[in-house]
Design a protein around this ligand. Structure first.
Ligand SMILES: [Zn+2]
Length: 420
């Protein structure tokens, strides 16, 4: 008997890799933790193990661009990495602003090195990082940023640090203008990574207030450069894409995208179908998705206590990355375009294209196998909007470096079939 050519063959799935325009039934051969073949059909005896995935979607390993997984250190905020990662069908997690120049070594040691999921981060621009989900504004002013030292730490940890995280919102602007954002920009430029900006009110305004919420985005965009990322386009909180003056998408957004800015959904509890429809009707589509699950907007963290309600990001409606993909389907995006927001696009954004997020030979065998269910699925947001999707994504298993992880995470939301 000839010894098998592959450790594992995934047989007969609908293989989608938007980076190469691939969308057809095919087999994938995996050897030594890497993708070794993508062919219409591989001989069955070529695999030591053969998994029949017919009827399923097979995509590059999914990447959640907006995770909060600095568990035990960011207070009630951080979740366990693998329940957001491989156990939810997701191969790679990008913590958004949890670790800082002071706490990155702990993040590497206690989170990244302990997780089966690939763990990366957008380093916090602030000294303390995202403690309690940035609950205390006094920790996040311009004096709480050390540009020089954060650049040094970022450069020393380029394998893990893929961007810089900061917030442009009404409460901060009322206190400090745009000074913090400019410092965060200087850090990102010093490390040569993208700047990721949270939009939508996070902190209460101080006594001076901000007269015009639109001024946040108007003053922010000139500070950003191509490749930088605007997050939370669909937020129901003021100061985002939707102008408070007109109720429509601020025209400055399209101008920013035209010169190369990008959009990450950063779903969270503030996701609003009403806002999402407005943004998408204006012809603006997200480049990456990002679930933005954390201890206040899921039921699985240490915050499972009655103090949630005092957090602006508390939310009752459950969601996860694949649930957010179903919402994009309800909003009219195509299946391959949605797959791109969690595979090839984030891989490109993170500078790890060719390594993960794709299915061509040579890539690490980070792979997602998903169900694409048909029917009528009920969706809702925390503003009370309802929506019906005709297709729903649901993760079946993931491979991380060729190792299989079944989906058993408590964060994963089962698609809910609509009555009638
Ligand atoms: Zn977040």
């Amino acid at each position: 008997m000839v010894s098998p050519h592959f450790d594992l063959i995934l047989r007969g799935g609908r293989v989608i890799d938007p980076a190469i325009g691939h969308d057809s039934i095919a087999d994938i051969g995996i050897r030594a933790g890497r993708i070794a073949a993508l062919e219409p059909q591989l001989p069955a005896d070529a695999g030591a193990e053969v998994l029949d995935v017919s009827g399923k979607l097979v995509t590059g390993g999914m990447i959640d661009t907006h995770a909060h997984i600095y568990q035990h250190v960011t207070g009630r905020f951080g979740l366990n990495a693998d329940i957001c990662g491989v156990r939810a069908g997701v191969s790679t997690l990008v913590d958004q602003g949890g670790p800082s120049l002071m706490t990155l070594p702990g993040f590497r040691h206690y989170v990244a090195e302990q997780s089966h999921s690939r763990v990366l981060c957008f380093l916090s621009a602030y000294l303390v990082g995202g403690l309690e989900g940035h609950y205390y504004p006094q920790l996040y002013g311009p004096e709480d940023v050390d540009v020089k030292r954060t650049i040094e730490i970022g450069l020393q940890n380029r394998d893990m640090v893929k961007g810089i995280k900061a917030h442009a919102e009404i409460g901060g602007k009322s206190r400090w203008g745009m000074e913090v954002i400019k410092k965060a920009r200087d850090i990102a430029r010093g490390i040569e990574v993208p700047l990721y900006i949270h939009l939508g009110q996070l902190w209460p305004e101080n006594e001076k207030g901000v007269v015009d919420p639109d001024s946040v985005i108007e003053e922010l965009l000139p500070i950003m450069q191509p490749g930088d990322i605007l997050a939370h386009p669909f937020t129901r909180h003021p100061g985002g894409f939707i102008s408070t003056k007109t109720g429509e998408v601020h025209p400055i957004i399209q101008a920013g995208l035209d010169r190369g800015l990008r959009v990450d959904v950063g779903h969270g509890s503030h996701f609003s179908f009403e806002m999402a429809h407005k943004v998408i009707q204006a012809g603006i589509f997200p480049y990456t998705l990002g679930a933005d699950m954390h201890g206040y907007n899921t039921h699985v963290g240490e915050a499972g206590n009655d103090s949630k309600e005092d957090n602006p990001f508390f939310g009752k409606v459950r969601f996860c990355l694949t649930h957010a993909m179903t919402e994009l389907r309800a909003l009219g995006m195509s299946v391959p375009d949605i797959i791109a927001t969690v595979t090839s696009n984030p891989a490109e954004m993170l500078g790890i294209k060719g390594e993960t997020g794709g299915l061509t030979p040579g890539h690490v065998a980070d792979i997602a196998v998903l169900d694409l269910l048909k029917g009528r699925f009920e969706l809702g947001d925390n503003s009370g909007n309802k929506e019906i999707a005709s297709e729903a994504f649901f993760p079946v298993f993931s491979l991380r470096e060729g190792k299989r992880f079944d989906v058993d995470s408590p964060v994963v939301v089962e698609p809910m079939r609509a009555a009638g």
